[in-house]
Write a protein that binds this ligand. Sequence first.
Ligand code: ARG
Length: 276
Amino acid sequence: MGAWRWIGAVAVAAVVGSMVAGTAHAQSGGREEIVGGRAAPDDAYPWTVRLSMGCAGALTAPRVVLTAAHCVKGTGYDSSITVTAGSTDLHDRDAIRVKSRYVVRASGFRDATEGDDWALVQLDEELDLPLLPLATGRTYDRGTFTAMGWGATREGATSQQRHLREVNVRFVPDRTCGRHYRDAGYGFSAKEMLCAGDTKRGGIDACQGDSGGPLVRRDDTGKWIQVGIVSWGYGCARKNYPGVYTQVSTFARTIARKTVELSEARLASVAGTPLT
Ligand code: ARG
């Protein structure tokens, strides 16, 4: 799966801007890992997948992966992404590897710090793996979440992880998160972003290379649901600067609709009808 390719991409991103997440380049390409976490158990998050450009994602349908907009180039046919699924170990010979076919990027997306940071990747074939449902309302946008990914384990680290890692992060209110980021000169959209981490002490966070991966929690029935998408942050795990996630509940209707379109789109796209 071209391990050198994402390691290369990560090295570039680390040089360009692992410190400041504010520019398109520091943001784009998705290269921050989990800081302050641990190895994820083998079967805990079967819907979490790795994308070859150095991001993560989650399966919303057998042929559709939800990731961050800043991980992809735009909407349209795209067979350049390889998705590795079905294993926490990226070198696992039994992991499933499948190509992308089409990408839908949020139409309003410009930069992660401006919101709309979500995209769907249509796969070349269906995967027989569990799916991760979206949070459809605000009910679960609070409490303790789990973030996961194969990205860097500390700010500025150039390497990615072979094994999936996870970390528990607590919800940080928009007021607190927005104040810190606005004071530092960043945009913050309370409606489109959700923050999580430890504002007082730092030390736990997603980081370069985790982008696009799911932020999850259990609902009242004990089922995992996706509340966020790893999006951006100022460095990684710094105090006062929690991780910023795309607020899935805000976009859930659109994401669900596009997921259905992409699931049914094989014939349409073969016949040349463009998708949007
Ligand atoms: N933009 C990063 C990526 O592309 C993810 C940033 C998450 N950063 C954070 N401090 N939580 O991988």
